[in-house]
Design a protein around this ligand. Structure first.
Ligand SMILES: *[C@@H]1O[C@H](CO)[C@@H](O)[C@H](O)[C@H]1NC(C)=O
Ligand SMILES: *[C@@H]1O[C@H](CO)[C@@H](O)[C@H](O)[C@H]1NC(C)=O
Length: 364
């Protein structure tokens, strides 16, 4: 190494040390992120559910993850929960079941954030029946109550209330309830889509209220996406979107916004940001080229027409360029698409994030 190279090396070492030592803590915008929801934000809870078939702990999931290994995320790489944590200067909130498992060697603290999200989960218990096992929202909130009690024992009621009121509570749920309805003739006979969507919102409100009663104040709540345009549904309409499913996705999102406004007016101190997942995905589908995508219909990993006739499994096809696909498998976005969603959620104008965006939620 020449003298110049040596000085550069030393500089790099010192610089690197400062980034490691202070970079993350200084950039930390909130104390913690508590994540609730489904496979769009699951970072590995389902790996601990032995009976579940909603698992992404096998190839080709994780192929573009920093470790290039499957992690339980339904993505070629990172998912929205990772990007959200990065934006806030936090490490990704670890799966609740990893923290309670006997294998929790790193002794991570609930104080640094927890993810309760589970693939297949719905607002309704039982919307996950086809995956045999997942943690529905009601149970995720039960787990959160346990976590809150535990933290209160550790640092006391006043300190924990302060901690929780500054932390962000992310809720990404509803897609599995919608899928359940539109794929079950039984549910369709029991209620109209309108009744069903209203009941989803009523049930969600009860769970949000439980979070509030247990100290949560700052909420990031996502609507559902263009569900009728995911590869699984496109198969049912000659590769075009299923109009009825999109129609009720929009209706649910409209209802969600009204419900949130009402809920806020009924409780003191709630601050929330609603994210219009539908608008964000629809953008990519309508003008893919402006975001660097060329394939909006088919999945990257799967088999058959649109790679949507089979799930992403070790023997499935894998597209060579994951950057140009919006969907990685039958239902889930690629890492590239998730990154764009989180950018919108964080800094987006009111067409995506309302009444405030995540950056404003953090500052509020
Ligand atoms: C784990 O954390 C607890 C509470 O913070 C502490 O008392 C204990 O010593 C830690 N164990 C290890 C192995 O670090
Ligand atoms: C299928 O797609 C076409 C074109 O977008 C649309 O006009 C039609 O209503 C769709 N059919 C169903 C059943 O959604």
């Amino acid at each position: 190494m020449g003298k110049k190279g040596y000085v550069g090396f030393i500089f790099f070492m010192i610089y690197g040390f400062f980034i490691l030592k202070f970079g993350s803590s200084e950039a930390k915008m909130v104390p913690a992120l508590y994540v609730f929801g489904d496979s769009l934000v699951d970072v590995g809870n389902n790996n601990y559910l032995t009976l579940s078939i909603a698992k992404a702990n096998h190839r080709h999931y994780g192929i573009d993850f920093p470790t290039h290994k499957p992690t339980g995320r339904f993505s070629n790489g990172k998912n929205a929960a990772d990007f959200l944590a990065e934006k806030l200067g936090l490490a990704t909130s670890p799966p609740y079941l990893s923290l309670t498992s006997t294998a929790n060697k790193n002794n991570a603290s609930f104080m640094d954030g927890v993810s309760f999200a589970s693939a297949g989960a719905g607002i309704f218990d039982g919307s996950d029946l086809r995956y045999r096992q997942s943690i529905p929202l009601t149970k995720q909130v039960d787990y959160y109550s346990i976590v809150r009690e535990e933290m209160t024992r550790e640092i006391g009621a006043a300190a924990i209330q302060k901690h929780l009121s500054k932390s962000i509570f992310v809720v990404v749920i509803g897609s599995n309830d919608m899928f359940g309805y539109f794929e079950s003739s039984d549910l369709r006979k029991k209620s109209t889509p309108h009744q069903y969507v209203d009941f989803m919102l009523l049930s969600l409100k009860l769970q949000l209220q439980r979070l509030y009663d247990d100290g949560a104040r700052k909420f990031e709540i996502a609507g559902v996406g263009t569900l009728g345009c995911c590869p699984e549904f496109r198969l049912k309409n000659k590769t075009e979107c299923v109009v009825e499913v999109n129609y009720w996705s929009v209706k649910y999102n409209e209802g969600l916004q009204s419900m949130l406004m009402e809920w806020q007016s009924e409780n003191r101190g709630i601050i929330y940001s609603y994210f219009d997942t539908y608008a964000a995905i629809n953008d990519l589908i309508q003008t893919p080229a402006s975001y660097g995508f060329s394939e909006v219909k088919g999945a990257c990993c799967g088999l058959g027409e649109l790679n949507a006739r089979a799930p992403c499994l070790p023997l499935s096809n894998l597209c060579p360029n994951r950057q140009d696909h919006i969907f990685f498998d039958q239902f889930h976005p690629t890492e590239a698409a998730s990154r764009i969603f989180v950018n919108r959620l964080f800094d987006g104008p009111s067409g995506y994030a309302s009444p405030i965006n995540m950056r404003q939620l953090v500052a509020a």
